[in-house]
Design a protein around this ligand. Sequence first.
Ligand code: NAP
Length: 280
Amino acid sequence: MVANLINGEQVAREVRESIKKEVALLKKEQSITPGLAIIVIRSPFARVHVARLKERTCHQLGIKCQIFYLPETTTDEEIIHLIERLNRSKDVHGINIHPLTPHLDHTLISQVVDYRKDVEGLHFLNMGNFLMGEHHMVNFVARGIMKLIESTGEDLEDKKAVIVGRSQLVGKPVSFLLIKKNATVSICHSQTPNLEVFTKKADLLVVAAGHPHTIRKNMVKEGAIVIDVGVNQVGTRLIGDVDHEEVEKVAKWVTPVPGGVGPVTIAMLLDNLVRAAKSQ
Ligand code: NAP
């Protein structure tokens, strides 16, 4: 078997086209121009190129975007002060915080964001509503993953789904969206013994471990859908968590890295921004 590649660029393009129309309508009918603020702490984790890509995409779609670069020595108080200012700004409808340096308290900081501007879907209120089944502002990465799965046309009803990774950002929210689609979900993590026993049974395998080659061919069921969320810098290359050369020989569908999950998550972040702008 040779896997079909799930074309994240194509899926993202379709989402962007719809966003562009919604933004034009918002401007015409309500004189609202959605505005995104991105906070980037300069560090090896910063992913500055992704912030610039988001900024460029915003401009193409008619969205205002401002990137706030802060030095690596920024304290919790300084970043909170900036967020409070952005919370008050009428021009900013959504706040996106890039990965923080380990000395900063991510949980504390993400809760300072006004829940109406929480386009990442990580505020306690949005997370709580999400768990209760109200889907006003859902985590953008999980929404992106669901969009990619949807694009395969495969039905999740009666399927066994296995998620590798239990983070707030990926593993936990995507598990809830999959349950809603009637998949039967297992979540694995670094303490799961014999990972392959679980992954090998998965009709759908979502991998967000953050380590290259966590998933190899012998760990994947023939005909599975494999969503590789991982982004790992190895030398000058970006690679996922899945050994693509091997896994593409057994899976039915695979997301490439790059060009899979990444573009769709950016599109879903901006889709959340438009939702936020409409509700403010
Ligand atoms: P994270 O917070 O570090 O979580 C990683 C999770 O994987 C943890 O739950 C960890 O288990 C588990 N894990 C680590 N090694 C494992 C192993 N060998 N076997 C089984 N489980 C293992 O990372 P994250 O924020 O979820 O991100 C995961 C990856 O996705 C990263 O590469 C990140 O860059 C990428 N990502 C990409 C996008 C995108 O748009 N493309 C968006 C978000 C994230 P424990 O809980 O036991 O530690």
